[in-house]
Design a protein around this ligand. Structure first.
Ligand SMILES: Nc1nc2c(c(=O)[nH]1)N[C@H]1C(S)=C(S)[C@@H](COP(=O)(O)OP(=O)(O)OC[C@H]3O[C@@H](n4cnc5c(=O)[nH]c(N)nc54)[C@H](O)[C@@H]3O)O[C@H]1N2
Ligand SMILES: Nc1nc2c(c(=O)[nH]1)N[C@H]1C(S)=C(S)[C@@H](COP(=O)(O)OP(=O)(O)OC[C@H]3O[C@@H](n4cnc5c(=O)[nH]c(N)nc54)[C@H](O)[C@@H]3O)O[C@H]1N2
Ligand SMILES: [Mo]
Length: 767
């Protein structure tokens, strides 16, 4: 039965007390409600039962690792994974008739929620110059149009190829190969806005951009830090790992400006005790930190550890490890002894006693893991903060041993794999040399554009063609007004997508929608039924095979679209690349990957084994590929987030009911917010100081050096226990407030967790 397209949601805010625990039965019930509404009962049951099982579909929800084969639950998924998968398996369809009814200008006025709710894209569409409508186009004409535009460019660097971390290894590999054979390293990706700070900091200090921790390490750590992440919503299966660690005696320290439900208590829906019991307490200590205070916190902890060593020489630091495996200790130690307590207490908003209590936890622990996510990376000083967390791990040798390590918790299910496949505008020469040797062409060497620089280049007319492979660039990128104007200057924008989003509505002079198979769907090619591979946050590479009938017979796979585009654009060149073979059999792509990517040798055979392949992390073998050949201590200048009187530091984050730029409903159940996403969460004491009260209507006005007016209109105030001086509101609605030039030092990542704002009342206070 065809479900009618949805109405635009009407904001009707209702506030209830925030939850103090996550998951459990209500979570599963909510997932099933959403699933049944989007898909039918058949799809729901089929999908959920194969999710994250050996030989099944990799959950597109997040990049958290699966337990070893044999240790998986029958239902190895979480509430939010179930929602993501069923959002893709929806029975709603967008056909040519929909685009006749809705001109592009109408779509550009719609909410992100509404656009997504219209269902799956089913056939290729084109918007021609001067037209306000998308109309059907054949695959062959669509790819010819795109190829002609690419070939007509003055230089290959006038094209960019954006990817989001949903893309499989095979599609990512083919995409980067095509871009480089075409002649550009312009390969921006969502990672530029996500864990770029982690990549830079870890590379510099440990010689690898990836985390060093396995699920086993987490299970056997005795102290785990959760810094700037909200696992109850964004990585719910991490809570199962934390539950196991706690059963083994671990303590957990959560560091966050918000007391998130999933940090407090977890009721495991996979267990009887989770259904009836009170669940497991997750955080033993909660540090209610000011946004941006994490650098100061870890500097203070490091100073306390150095002082503890002074008091009990030889007992606190791991001298053997420091001597044999690290460099830069003396300089770091001297710098750190000078860290000022007054600055630390101002930057963190914590008391000295709170920080000393954590030091005591550390001194009692043999095996420490630090996990972090967007609350750390999306700050101006994200890179130094992560370097400082590495210093902290190095001091007591908490790296390379079982139960220890650095754990950047990745977002998109294959964001890490895409990087392994060469999706990066700055791939090292070793990778480019390997491409050259394998395929017989010389890849360009100059670094390409990342996401922020891509917008700058479009704004200046230096980029004319934009191809997005998955994702929603227009909404994921900062500074909406600037980004939208820049995108509209393009001659052609094209998107390989499963669902409608704002990037289709805010587009170039010519625009193409190239609809593709989702991960849940069967992928049949000339060489038979295909599977793809992905890499999770713990460097495990495994296969994913869709089971459902494709949403439309006109869909092509990402690999097929890219191989056909490459042939159209490059003719039969470069002679060493068998695009046709790649399209027919993804095993042929994996064969080539196995000769280029270290650790993936014999890819096809090894990935067929249950559980797949774990890529080796050199750190765990005591090898540090840094400039000094050792792990590097660093001396980091302090950073004091600046918040003038009458202003707040706003972080833009995810609700419980969205996938990145795609809201599923207007609710945020764990935070007790229902019926509206246009809300700003502020500490009650700050509200009093600002003369504001619950449900007051305000505009959020961003304050930045360029004096341009950035305003997000029509928000309602929600009193919430955020750290003093800070506020929180949902992304992407607040994307308009994040200045394009407000980026993290070194990583060039937008500072989405630190936007200076003032709240302007727009209606009189309620009587
Ligand atoms: N359901 C669901 N799952 C997802 C996603 C989704 O949208 N929906 N997105 C996926 C993606 S791509 C990613 S990258 C991850 C994101 O996962 P998270 O990083 O958990 O996502 P955010 O919602 O951005 O939450 C950031 C957290 O950091 C805290 N925080 C903000 N500023 C600071 C700070 O200065 N210091 C500290 N210590 N904490 C701070 C916030 O209060 C919040 O709890 O999730 C992935 N999983
Ligand atoms: N202000 C602010 N901005 C942020 C963030 C923030 O916290 N605050 N977070 C940043 C982060 S961490 C990230 S990762 C980015 C996310 O940026 P993106 O990855 O670009 O955005 P998504 O919302 O994940 O993309 C959703 C779209 O992907 C398409 N899609 C879904 N599945 C598939 C598939 O299997 N194949 C194809 N081809 N298409 C598919 C659908 O069309 C859907 O509309 O946003 C960043 N931007
Ligand atoms: Mo992300």
């Amino acid at each position: 039965m065809k479900k009618p397209p949805r109405e635009e949601p009407r904001d009707d805010l209702r506030i209830t007390p925030p939850k103090t625990w996550a998951a459990g039965v209500p979570a599963v019930v909510h997932a099933l409600e959403y699933s049944l509404e989007q898909a039918g009962p058949r799809e729901t049951a089929v999908d959920l039962l194969t999710m994250n099982q050996v030989g099944g579909i990799d959950c597109p929800g997040c990049a958290w690792a699966d337990p070893a084969p044999g240790h998986r639950h029958r239902n190895e998924y979480c509430e939010n994974g179930a929602k993501h998968i069923n959002d893709e398996a929806t029975t709603r369809r967008i056909t040519a008739g929909f685009f006749r009814e809705h001109p592009v200008s109408d779509l550009a006025g719609r909410s992100d929620l509404w656009l997504n709710q219209q269902g799956r894209l089913t056939e290729p569409m084109v918007k021609r110059p001067g037209s306000d409508h998308y109309e059907p186009i054949s695959w062959s004409d669509a790819l010819a149009l795109l190829a002609d535009e690419l070939r007509s460019l003055g230089t290959p660097d006038e094209a960019v190829f954006y990817t989001s971390g949903r893309v499989s290894n095979e599609a990512a590999f083919v995409l980067q190969l095509f871009a480089r054979a075409f002649g550009t390293n312009n390969l921006p990706d969502c990672s530029n806005m996500c864990h770029e700070s982690s990549g830079f900091a870890l590379h510099e200090t440990l010689g690898t951009g990836k985390g060093t921790v396995s699920l086993q390490d987490l299970h056997h750590a005795d102290l785990i830090f959760l810094v700037g992440q909200n696992p109850g919503t964004n990585h719910p299966r991490q809570l199962s790992a934390l539950e196991e660690a706690k059963r083994n005696g671990a303590r957990v320290v959560a560091v966050n400006p918000l007391p998130e439900a999933g940090l407090m208590r977890f009721k495991n829906p996979q267990k009887a005790s989770g259904i009836v019991g009170r669940g497991v307490q997750i955080a033993d200590r909660f540090l209610h930190i000011r946004p941006g205070g994490d650098l100061a916190l870890f500097q203070a902890l490091n100073r306390l550890l150095l002082e503890a060593e002074d008091a009990r020489p030889g007992e606190v630091l791991d001298h053997d490890f420091i001597r044999e495996s690290t460099s830069g200790f003396e300089e770091f130690a001297e710098h750190t002894r000078g860290v000022s307590w007054a600055d630390v207490l101002t930057a963190t908003g914590l008391t000295r006693a709170e920080i000393e209590a954590v030091r005591d936890d550390v001194l009692r622990s043999e095996r420490v893991v630090v996990c972090w996510a967007m609350g750390v990376t999306q700050h101006k000083h994200g890179v130094p903060t992560i370097r400082e967390m590495v210093n902290f791990l190095l001091l007591r040798g908490n790296l390379g041993r079982a139960g220890t390590g650095a754990c950047p918790v990745r977002g998109h299910s294959n964001v890490q794999g895409d990087r392994t496949m060469g999706i990066w505008e700055q791939m090292p020469d070793s990778f480019l040399d390997a491409l050259r040797d394998e395929f017989g062409f010389d890849p360009p060497r100059a670094h390409g554009l990342d996401s922020v620089n891509c917008i700058r280049a479009m704004r200046e007319g230096r980029v004319k063609v934009f191809l997005g492979v998955a994702g929603n660039f227009v909404r994921a990128a900062p500074d909406s007004a600037v980004t939208e104007e820049a995108v509209r200057r393009c001659r052609l924008t094209a998107h390989i997508s499963t669902k409608l989003n704002r990037s289709h509505a805010v587009c170039g002079e010519t625009a193409l929608i190239l609809p593709t198979l989702g991960r849940t769907e069967r992928d049949h090619q000339a060489g038979g039924e295909q599977f793809v591979t992905v890499e999770n946050s713990m460097s495990e590479v495994h296969s994913s095979r869709g089971r459902l009938k494709p949403a439309s017979p006109l869909l092509l796979s990402e690999v097929a679209i890219l191989c056909r585009l490459a042939r159209r654009t490059l003719g039969d060149g470069p002679p060493g690349v068998p695009w046709g073979e790649f399209e027919a059999d993804y095993g042929a792509v994996r064969d080539r990957i196995s000769r280029i990517v270290p650790g993936l040798h014999d890819f096809n055979r090894r990935v067929a084994r249950p559980g797949g392949i774990r890529l080796p992390n050199p750190v765990n073998e005591g090898v540090f590929r840094t400039e000094t050949g050792k792990a590097r201590f660093t001396a980091n200048a302090g950073h004091m987030p600046y918040v003038p009187e009458g202003h707040l530091l706003l972080q833009t984050l995810r609700s419980h009911d969205q996938w990145n730029t795609v809201p599923y409903t207007s609710n945020d159940r764990y935070r007790g917010i229902h019926g509206s996403r246009r809300v700003v969460l502020v500490n009650p004491a700050d509200l009093t100081a600002l003369g504001l009260a619950e449900k007051d209507r305000v505009d959020l006005v961003s304050v930045w050096h360029d004096d341009a007016e950035r305003r997000a209109e029509g928000f309602e105030v929600v009193p919430y226990p955020t750290a003093r001086g800070s506020a929180a509101a949902y992304y992407p609605e607040t994307q308009v407030l994040v200045p394009l030039d407000s980026v993290a030092d070194i990583s060039n990542q937008p500072t989405s967790k630190a936007v200076l704002v003032r709240l302007e009342r727009t209606a009189p206070a309620a009587p």
